[in-house]
Ligand binder design. Sequence first.
Ligand SMILES: *Cc1c(COP(=O)(O)O)cnc(C)c1O
Length: 238
Amino acid sequence: MISDIEAQGIRDRLAGTLDAVAEAARVSGRRPEDVALVAISKFHPADAVRAAYEGGQRHFGENYIQEALAKQDELADIDISWHFTGRLQSNKAKFVPDRFGLLHTLDGSKLAQALHKRLAATCAPTLDVLIEVNLGGEGQKAGVEESELSALAEEVLGLSTLRLRGLMLLPPFDLTPEQRRPLFARLRELRDKLEPSLGAKLPDLSMGMTDDFPEAVMEGATIVRVGTRIFGPRPVKQ
Ligand SMILES: *Cc1c(COP(=O)(O)O)cnc(C)c1O
């Protein structure tokens, strides 16, 4: 359980985050409503999610399947849009379509095919996905390489069960927000190049976290993923 004071703190920080996202949109000549905030609740208890929900937040992101399923069960009485933002192994793909509205981290053919198989077998509706791109080089393990992006996007477009909505970026942690900004710009440029070659619209760019969401919004983020600024420091995973 979290205390009333903690719950109020979450709501206050949520309101402050929404203001800051709106301000970043305005200074970059964009409309605040064109940037969605996903509250990243990994390692935080269901009560913390509920507190943010009571503050008006509807979109939440989780990184670990087991943890997410348990939290979703605890929160089944409220209407949350869940996002999956962690690394997803193909053998866990089956849990995603039933439980999440948007997968941010599609990173290869194997995962795309596993999701497709699951969706096709269950007659579930389509799943919205973003392709995670690795712009961090050697040290970065998640995401497709730039050179493989176009082929994966083509493959996903060919799967009737997946709806490709755009791209996602998780920059290397050791970069400052200013050093990350060119990577945010690069993701937008990749999207802009991909759209005409695919003949499809890719409206969403998921980029920007607690430390760098203003920079990401200035470079065109339509979805920012913020955890620490809303929920405080993450407790150690149980
Ligand atoms: C944890 C996480 C976040 C949130 O990070 P904060 O710095 O706490 O805002 C955003 N995106 C992904 C993919 C994450 O894993």
